[in-house]
Design a protein around this ligand. Structure first.
Ligand SMILES: [Fe+2]
Length: 303
């Protein structure tokens, strides 16, 4: 993965770095997912974070309404999308990244520890020797602390494992995209009971890393599950999270958090789209190869 042909670095020589990028969120009410377009209005440099492919598991239908809203926005603003970034291998929605790659030409990046997720789930779906376990399905693997200069956007990867081993938060100027590591203060943080998830690790990621960012850092979350009476929101700050997050505050000790998180996770059902999502998303959002009759099939391992 040392060469990354789909990452457009043609503007790497730019001396201007956007300190406060514009962020446009698109909320998918079916899966409670936020997709973001992050862009510099002056230079039109842009990235897309966590795109969604619409999917109805009852009849197997996929469609691209959500991703096409993103395309329309990108085109209306005249943005140049350099890269798509997945904060992790999502277990609750199919990624729309391959549709957007075809439409916009931007490759797909994910945290380098996606290889750990692939090693766990390839045998679950019996994907066989043709399925690579090295992350090569993606156009770029982001390492902890890595910085990408994409035009005027400077993107720093901050590994925030715990929800999954591959979770990568992304800092772009003053905006942090926290994926499922950190939600809005009244929602909390992501669950830690997926394979290779860890409440201890998530505590270290959030308390030990994200809470050390400047207090005014804007935080854009991967999902919102609004309590009754409020609309879906996308944004908080590091200061608000440290003071008010219902699961993990600055004052929370590791023991308190781990006891809370592991206890709560025992009562959570598996996400509705877990099995379809994971088998598609560890293959960078590609749907399974068509069989001899031209149709693709998802696998559901029976237990
Ligand atoms: Fe997730």
């Amino acid at each position: 993965m040392s060469t990354t042909p789909s990452v457009d670095r043609s503007a790497e020589a730019s001396t201007e770095t956007c300190a406060k990028p514009e962020v446009r969120g698109f909320f998918d009410a079916r899966t409670w997912t936020w997709t973001y377009v992050v862009y510099d209005p002056a230079t039109k440099d842009a990235v897309i974070i966590d795109p969604v492919l619409d999917f109805d598991p009852a009849n197997g239908r996929t469609w691209t309404e959500s991703a096409d809203l993103v395309v329309q926005f990108v085109e209306a603003q005249g943005l140049r999308v350099h890269l798509q970034l997945e904060t992790h291998a999502h277990a609750d929605h199919l990624s729309g990244s391959q549709h957007l790659k075809a439409k916009l030409g931007a490759g797909v990046a994910i945290g380098a520890d996606i290889t750990a997720v692939q090693k766990v789930f390839a045998p679950v779906f019996n994907l066989g020797p043709d399925f690579a376990l090295d992350g090569s399905q993606f156009d770029h693997l982001i390492h902890d602390g890595e910085e990408l200069q994409l035009g005027s956007l400077r993107i720093q990867g901050i590994a925030t494992p715990g929800h999954t081993p591959a979770c990568m938060s992304l800092l772009i100027g003053d905006a942090l995209f926290s994926g499922d590591a950190l939600f809005l203060p009244d929602v909390g943080v992501g669950r830690c009971d997926f394979p290779a998830g860890s409440a201890q690790t998530l505590y270290a990621s959030v308390h030990g890393k994200l809470y050390n960012l400047p207090a005014t850092t804007r935080v854009f979350v991967g999902h919102d599950y609004p309590p009754t009476g409020r609309v879906a929101l996308a944004e908080t700050t590091v200061a608000e999270s440290k003071a008010h997050n219902v699961h993990l505050r600055e004052s929370s000790t590791q023991d308190e958090f781990v006891a809370f998180r592991t206890g709560r996770d025992k009562g959570l059902a598996a996400p509705r789209l877990l099995l379809p999502s994971i088998q598609v998303n560890i293959d960078a959002g590609r749907l399974p190869k068509p069989e001899a009759n031209g149709k693709s099939y998802l696998k559901i391992p029976l237990r």
